[in-house]
Unconditional design. Structure first.
Ligand code: ZN
Length: 235
């Protein structure tokens, strides 16, 4: 993907790839509290009709501007401003319109999937309250991210894992509510989130480990975890 945010700082400049498909950068503003506001235009020429699922190309105005949170830059918040194009379907009798929704956008349209994964990685060895404070966001938003990620399926095809990490998170201190986070830690410093499981008991996490394809297990050399019962499950 070629869209690149260009920053000029004193006499030096550098580029950061945005890695967001289907958009071109129009302008970047940095406000008084250091937030990056990146205004982009969407170049998508079609989407799938939400009703019949067919590809539709007849454009029908744009949505109102939405503001999407993306990964922070130098601990400053980053927001993408965009107006999604809308397309009308002539296959369906009532000609419904569907807004474009790129692959990289989280389900609720408020943050990118990369941002959601980043928040979940932050949660390892931490709590929702701490991470909400550190990232200047709300506990509700983080809970929403967790809920969406619990239902995500893994694409095992693009995966070769040599080391797995299994961590538990206490969602609320004093409450008996835990998450188990399974990550790919094959490359040092590049933790990749694989699965968020609601709960931490054997019954809750066993279905996930049973669903991991045999070909994945053949490359796994080690599992790092403080959760002794996990090792019993995968032996
Ligand atoms: Zn349709």
């Amino acid at each position: 993907m070629l869209n690149v945010a260009l920053f000029t700082m004193a006499k030096s400049r550098f580029q950061i790839p945005l890695n967001l498909a289907n958009v071109n950068i129009k302008k970047i503003e940095i406000n008084e509290i250091g937030e990056f506001h990146i205004h982009v235009s969407c170049i998508a020429k079609s989407c799938d009709c939400y009703k019949c699922g067919k590809k539709i190309t007849k454009s029908h105005r744009q949505c109102k501007e939405t503001i999407i949170e993306h990964l922070p830059i130098f601990d400053n918040k980053v927001f993408i401003h965009v107006r999604w194009p809308r397309f009308v379907c002539d296959n369906c009798d009532d000609h419904p319109t569907t807004s474009f929704h790129p692959e990289w956008l989280g389900e609720n349209g408020e943050c990118t999937k990369d941002y959601e994964k980043y928040i979940l990685k932050c949660l390892i060895n931490s709590t929702i309250k701490d991470i909400a404070e550190k990232n200047r966001t709300t506990e509700e938003r983080i809970e929403g991210i967790i809920d969406r990620c619990i239902s995500l399926e893994i694409d095992w095809n693009s995966t070769k894992i040599t080391r797995m990490g299994v961590d538990e998170i206490a969602l609320k201190k004093g409450h008996n509510h835990y998450l188990t986070i399974v990550s790919d830690i094959s490359i040092p410093g590049k933790t990749r989130l694989l699965k968020v499981i609601s709960g931490r008991s054997q019954e809750e996490i066993l279905p996930f480990f049973q669903s991991v394809p045999r070909c994945i297990w053949t490359s796994v050399e080690s599992i790092s975890t403080d959760m002794g019962r996990v090792l019993g499950l995968v032996q």
